[in-house]
Design a binder for this molecule. Structure first.
Ligand code: GUN
Length: 291
């Protein structure tokens, strides 16, 4: 049976380090890390995420402000909010929660965020830095950065010579995940809905990352014996006969755990890492701003 990679434990370690760094920064420079989270509309899942980001920021000793804007907010109004935050020296991290309402061009909003405050790592400058391996000055997207920490913890070795398959090619997870693995010397394949023989490809992976948003799509016999399996999916299944809704990943966990060497559970795997890495990016940004 696979060993379970406990994201809550690793995330708590990251948050403790971030808090210590924030305390030191405040004591030495008086700069208090500041994060602004902007949410437009009332998507329930987004509201839950945004509330937990604010709570974690306070736990780290940051200033946290939230801009909750109505669903009818125009693109120009949102651009103006972001520009104001760009110019505010007390704010070191800006996060605009996605998805945005359909009438707003998300790409334009992301490119409006000052790259040095883009703690999500979605701006072209940060995407380019990750792509060219300039990791010292990039902001790396939080979910893949957190997944990478879990992989490193699980393996406890250099990734050279290992093959990694990333299922999913989103800008938020799949593509940056592939770049991080490549940077760490893994041999990387990105798979997606048009990939031929996906089960066979997955079976070749020493490291298998699932980020497709399809409940339990990756079956147990797609997992190579001993592989490290990172499940980024968070899918809410409708209530069962007992009226209980169930959260599942993109991997059929029980089956996969019989083959994998180590595996992340859902919930309690990658999920807690995303917020922890957002805090880490924010304290990095505040330290850079403090010089
Ligand atoms: N929506 C889902 N994941 C994310 C994320 O990592 N950042 C932002 N801004 N929105 C999201």
């Amino acid at each position: 049976m696979a060993s379970v990679i406990d994201g809550k434990v690793v995330a708590a370690d990251v948050v403790a380090k971030v808090k210590a760094e924030a305390d030191k920064l405040i004591a030495e420079t008086g700069v208090v890390p500041g994060i602004a989270v902007v949410i437009v509309g009332h998507d329930p899942a987004s509201q839950v995420y945004v509330a937990s980001k604010g709570k974690k920021a306070k736990e780290c000793g940051f200033n946290s402000i939230e801009h909750a804007l109505p669903a009818e907010t125009s693109e120009e109004e949102l651009v103006a909010v972001v520009e104001k935050l760009n110019a505010d020296p007390a704010i070191h991290g800006i996060l605009v929660q996605l998805p945005l309402p359909g009438h707003i061009d998300s790409g334009r909003i992301i490119q409006t965020i000052a790259p040095e405050k883009d703690v999500d790592g979605f701006h072209f400058i940060n995407v380019g830095k990750l792509g060219t391996g300039e990791l010292d000055t990039a902001f790396v997207p939080c979910t893949p950065a957190g997944s990478m920490l879990l992989i490193e913890r699980a393996l406890g070795r250099d990734l050279s010579g290992l093959s990694a398959v990333v299922v999913g090619r989103s800008n938020i997870v799949g593509k940056p995940m592939a770049n991080l693995l490549l940077n760490a010397n893994a041999t990387v394949t990105i798979a997606h809905s048009r990939t031929k023989d996906l089960p066979g490809l997955c079976r070749s992976a020493d490291i298998l990352v699932a980020a497709v948003g399809r409940p339990e799509m990756i079956k147990g016999d797609w997992v190579k014996p001993g592989a490290t399996v990172i499940d980024v999916g968070i899918n809410r299944l409708p209530a069962d006969a007992n009226g209980k809704a169930r959260l599942v990943g993109d991997v059929a966990y029980d089956e996969a755990a019989t083959n994998a060497g180590s595996i992340t559970p859902v919930p309690g795997g990658v999920g807690p890492m995303t917020i922890a890495l957002l805090m880490a990016n924010t304290v990095i940004s505040a330290s850079r701003a403090a010089g």
